[in-house]
Design a protein around this ligand. Structure first.
Ligand SMILES: CC(C)(COP(=O)(O)OP(=O)(O)OC[C@H]1O[C@@H](n2cnc3c(N)ncnc32)[C@H](O)[C@@H]1OP(=O)(O)O)[C@@H](O)C(=O)NCCC(=O)NCCS
Length: 619
């Protein structure tokens, strides 16, 4: 028997908009295509039919259109359930007129296929068919493909404006039951250029953790978008992400995203949907640089982890002092969704050299509430557990919580909280016995002087990273002390000091960076772990405007000109602070220290008093 060409079958399936949805029966479950690929004509028609329907359950994720079906007037006709609570349905969910399904987006296709959420009718939007009769799901493959494959009836809006994206992104005309032609412009989400200083500060810190050749996932939101301008100096970045927007295109056009170093799908951007401008939609059209896959592939942690050096960047609503991350609700108010947050955090954790980063401003928009909190707000849900969390970044700094105990986490998170909330966070952490009862903080005015971070190479290719000490250095500073020989300890402290206990060590790391300064020299191993190998500090005497200085260089690094450099550097910093000069005590039997002072180029006054010299010099 001769096969009828698909073109003929296609024609027979074409309906007018007003007739296309008549097959929907009362009480059925209807899926609507996601995000910017929402089939707008079909949704309009569904709403037109509203009064004739009852108890129609709508399954969706991320509504960007007006969502009339959640209006109170449709209470008996529609019940809306969503995997992501977008802005247009937030009020309905908060008033109990619509439902939120907290599920990993990567799990949704399996939920559809298993019949756990049976779909009677799928309303989707696709590109026109190609020569073989395949339509592309275009800008949203995500959960749409699995919904269409599981649905009893598939109704598709065929729109020539929908780009033909490549990858696992096609449906054959034979698998569509009803077609409606559309020329409606696709929904566009114009790139939000964040004007907030805070978003840029967070973005700049985040970009510090991104290295050439890394593969990135960035969630949607203002802060991830703000990162793009800070990636201009990077090379050969790759993308494996659930969603991307116009920012990604700019970096592709400027040759920064090449995907060349990717270990999975090299040379390809892998995603499951995109949202942005018409320019973006034209860019992905028939473009083999992009591969679109369903969410159960793109966001499967096992797949993600096959990208070496995977960096996952996601926003959060609150983080508690133990590192629990709330990302889908503000208290009881559902806001957003579980999405791919945890999937990418787990995938990045398992990736060789991977990093996962949570970004959030330190306070709510009006500054009235800290987003680093002693405990999550009542009703807030944990999306990323304290076992999964890795980096947390606010405009005040970067906290690396991976493998750290609760005390360390609490202190690190308090350090990156807004200064006006640090005291109360400290008090709460003490109340919960997370930290030492006598724990101190740096003065509120202290601002970590990042501009003082420098790398310097010494003899025998010894590379040292010098930076101001941080409160989180307490343990590493203790380790440095305990690594010193008895001789070095004696020369530094003039006594056989045996311990550097917390009650003393904490005062050495919680500084104001003005009158008290300490620069630590750090050696990083090949895995990026930091070890302090030298420290130089000064303490200002306000009455004389002279600062007392001291140094220690780890035994195996002495006589490599490290001490000489540290003195030079501390002189430079002190001069900039308006300090007049340094004083020091050095044992007469410490020629190395004396030599360092004499080689500084300053005019040294030294007075021998017993077995030690009192040294002073002005800059
Ligand atoms: C003192 C100390 C900070 C110097 O740091 P360093 O990195 O070794 O110093 P540098 O390498 O820059 O300079 C040391 C100079 O002393 C010289 N020196 C070392 N031992 C010496 C000795 N026994 N006699 C004479 N000169 C000596 C070195 O040759 C070098 O001079 P050069 O630059 O002309 O070669 C370091 O040895 C140290 O930490 N010692 C233990 C703690 C301590 O003494 N702190 C000072 C308390 S005030």
């Amino acid at each position: 028997m001769e096969q009828i060409p698909w073109q003929e079958r296609y024609k027979h399936k074409l309906y007018l908009q007003q007739d296309a949805l008549k097959c929907i029966k009362k009480g059925q479950r209807v899926f609507i295509g996601s995000a910017c690929a929402e089939p707008q004509l079909l949704v309009e028609e569904l709403t037109n039919l509203g009064s004739q329907l009852s108890d129609t359950e709508i399954i969706h994720t991320l509504t960007l259109c007006s969502a009339p079906y959640v209006e109170p007037g449709f209470i008996d006709n529609f019940r809306y359930s969503t995997f992501y609570v977008g802005p247009n349905v937030r009020q309905a969910v908060s008033e109990g007129r619509a439902d939120y399904i907290p599920t990993f987006l990567s799990d949704v296709p399996a939920i559809f296929r298993s019949g756990r959420i049976p779909i009677d009718v799928a309303l989707i939007q696709v590109s026109p068919p190609d020569k073989q009769g395949f339509c592309s799901y275009g800008i949203s493959v995500d959960i749409v493909k699995s919904a269409a494959e599981s649905a009893g009836i598939v109704i598709a809006e065929v729109n020539f404006r929908m780009p033909r994206t490549l990858g696992d992104s096609f449906i054959h005309v034979d698998d569509i039951d009803i077609l409606v032609a559309s020329d409606r412009p696709l929904i566009e989400v114009n790139p939000v250029i964040p004007d907030e200083e805070i978003a840029f500060q967070i973005a700049e810190k985040t970009a510090e953790l991104i290295e050439d050749g890394d593969t990135l996932q960035m969630g949607i939101g203002r802060i991830p978008y703000a990162i793009f301008p800070f990636l201009r100096d990077k090379k050969d970045l790759g993308i494996h992400t659930e969603v991307f927007g116009d920012g990604t295109i700019k970096l592709i056009e400027s040759g920064i995203i090449t995907c060349k170093k990717k270990t999975l799908h090299p040379g390809k951007v892998v995603a499951s949907f995109c949202m942005g401008s018409r320019y973006l939609y034209d860019f992905v059209d028939n473009n083999p640089f992009f591969e679109f896959h369903p969410s159960d592939y793109t966001s499967d942690p096992f797949i993600i982890s096959q990208n070496d050096r995977m960096v996952a960047i996601n926003a959060a609503i609150e983080v508690d002092l133990t590192g629990q991350v709330c990302a889908d609700s503000a208290g009881h108010l559902f806001y957003g969704g579980i999405g791919v947050h945890c999937d990418f955090i787990r995938g990045a954790a398992r990736s060789r050299g991977g990093k996962s980063i949570i970004v959030l401003p330190s306070t709510t928009g009006d500054g009235s509430k800290s987003r680093i909190v002693p405990h999550l707000s009542e009703g807030a849900g944990v999306v990323t557990t304290r076992g999964d969390v890795h980096y947390v970044i606010t405009e005040y700094g970067i906290a690396n919580l991976r493998g750290r105990n609760i005390r360390h986490r609490a202190m690190d998170l308090i350090r990156i909280a807004h200064p006006k909330f640090r005291e109360e966070l400290l008090a709460a952490a003490k109340e919960y016995s997370y930290i030492y009862p006598d724990q101190v903080l740096p003065p509120r005015t202290a601002q970590y002087p990042k501009n003082l971070e420098i790398y310097k190479t010494f003899k025998d290719n010894l590379v040292i990273f010098f930076r101001p000490v941080k409160p989180s250095d307490e343990r590493t500073l203790q380790e440095f002390f305990y690594s010193l020989s008895d001789g070095s300890i004696y020369r530094r402290y003039f006594t056989s000091k045996k311990t550097l206990l917390h009650k003393e060590a904490q005062w050495l790391v919680n500084l104001d960076y003005r009158e008290q300064m300490a620069i630590v020299g750090i050696k990083k191993d090949e895995k990026g772990n930091e070890k302090i190998i030298t420290v130089g500090r000064y303490l200002l005497d306000r009455t004389t405007n002279m600062a007392e200085v001291d140094f220690t260089v780890g035994d195996q690094y002495q006589n490599k000109k490290v001490g000489g450099f540290l003195l030079e550097y501390l002189i430079q910093i002190a001069k900039e602070q308006g300090i007049s000069g340094f004083t020091a005590e050095a044992l007469a039997t410490n020629p190395a220290m004396l030599k360092v002072f004499y080689k500084s180029g300053c005019v040294i006054k030294s007075i021998l008093d017993g077995g030690s010299y009192s040294i002073s010099f002005r800059f």
